[in-house]
Design a protein around this ligand. Structure first.
Ligand SMILES: NC(=O)c1ccc[n+]([C@@H]2O[C@H](COP(=O)([O-])OP(=O)(O)OC[C@H]3O[C@@H](n4cnc5c(N)ncnc54)[C@H](OP(=O)(O)O)[C@@H]3O)[C@@H](O)[C@H]2O)c1
Length: 286
């Protein structure tokens, strides 16, 4: 079931800029929009865009993603991630499009000691996670044909990301201090793009978890980035308590990916994805 008419929101974001060409290369007809073309918080504009363009599938990646800023700008986060997502879901219903909503490990509080299942209780620690959860609820309440795809620790060529930041810091500082008490799974945007392209060809609607395989702390991740880049700058482990940020992060956010495994959707080991990213990308130092 290839060659679908797919609308991608957030097309100029980090995920969007990798996802759009990937879908096109797979033979899909892609309508790529971002804030400039379609503000998702404007319900009438969203409705009229959908009625004119009539997408068959919508991959909704547009979001307010400034996790720390959201703590002092909650109204905007809820507007974009909650109400904006509701607008997209209502418009999908009107044109009978299936919807993919990209969500996050931040819907969990991180107190669990085993990988989070899609139906494990959510309990976001901050505004960003709550706003993304509002989006999930809107999608679930409005649509039957939806995929909620939660991912974690995303990095890609076209956005400010942890990998490029570590490389830049290692090249400009004598020592890096990186949090060693938060565990999760890094995810390359291309892993997610590949999984999404396969998932939309199924009718396995509901909540799915998608990340690269394996687990590490931010400290492990930083060490591996520097090792693969041949950089010898020392990396010192620190605790979250030593590195206070406005938004608390879940200490443990491993996602159980059995639903994708059962569908035979391949996910790469996080170290292999990193290696491929470093080989292919032209990192932009932010
Ligand atoms: N990055 C991660 O680590 C991570 C982890 C888990 C889940 N996710 C989710 O994955 C998705 C993609 O993330 P990303 O890192 O690629 O995000 P991103 O780079 O911040 O891209 C999001 C895009 O949405 C646009 N946008 C913001 N407000 C909008 C509005 N009102 N109407 C239309 N577009 C709007 C942004 O435009 P402006 O830049 O002009 O504001 C931006 O181009 C998001 O849904 C995010 O919540 C990300």
């Amino acid at each position: 079931m290839t060659g679908r008419r797919i609308l991608v929101t957030g097309a100029r974001g980090m995920l969007g800029q990798d996802l759009v060409p990937y879908l096109e290369q797979k033979g899909h007809q892609v309508l790529a929009v971002d804030l400039k073309e379609l503000d998702i918080t404007k319900s009438e504009a969203v409705q009229s865009f959908f009625t004119t363009q009539r997408p068959q599938i919508v991959i909704h990646g547009a979001a307010y993603t400034a996790v720390d800023k959201a703590e002092s700008d909650a109204a905007t986060a809820y507007l974009v991630n909650g109400y904006g997502t509701q607008n997209i879901a209502v418009a999908c219903k009107a044109v009978d499009a299936a919807m993919v909503y990209i969500s996050t490990d931040y819907v969990f509080n991180g107190t669990q000691q085993q990988p989070y299942l899609p139906l494990d209780p959510t309990a976001p620690l901050g505004v960003y996670g709550r706003s993304k959860l509002m989006g999930e609820w809107a999608v679930q309440g409005i649509l039957e044909r939806y995929f909620i795809v939660r991912t974690s620790w995303l990095y890609g060529q076209h956005g400010k990301n942890f990998v490029d930041t570590m490389i830049h810091l290692a090249q400009t500082q004598e020592e890096l201090k990186v949090v060693a008490d938060q565990k999760g799974s890094p995810t390359w945007t291309m892993t997610l793009a590949g999984a999404l392209e396969q998932l939309i060809q199924t009718d396995q609607y509901g909540i799915h978890h998608c990340s690269d395989e394996g687990t590490c702390t931010w400290f492990d991740f930083a060490q591996e980035i520097l090792r693969q880049k041949g950089l010898t700058t020392p990396v010192r482990p620190v605790t979250s308590a030593e590195f206070i940020r406005p938004a608390p992060r879940p200490q443990y956010s491993l996602l159980d990916k059995s639903s994708l495994h059962n569908l035979g959707i391949p996910l790469a080991d996080w170290r292999e994805s990193l290696s491929q990213y470093l080989a292919e990308a032209t990192p932009c130092a932010d």
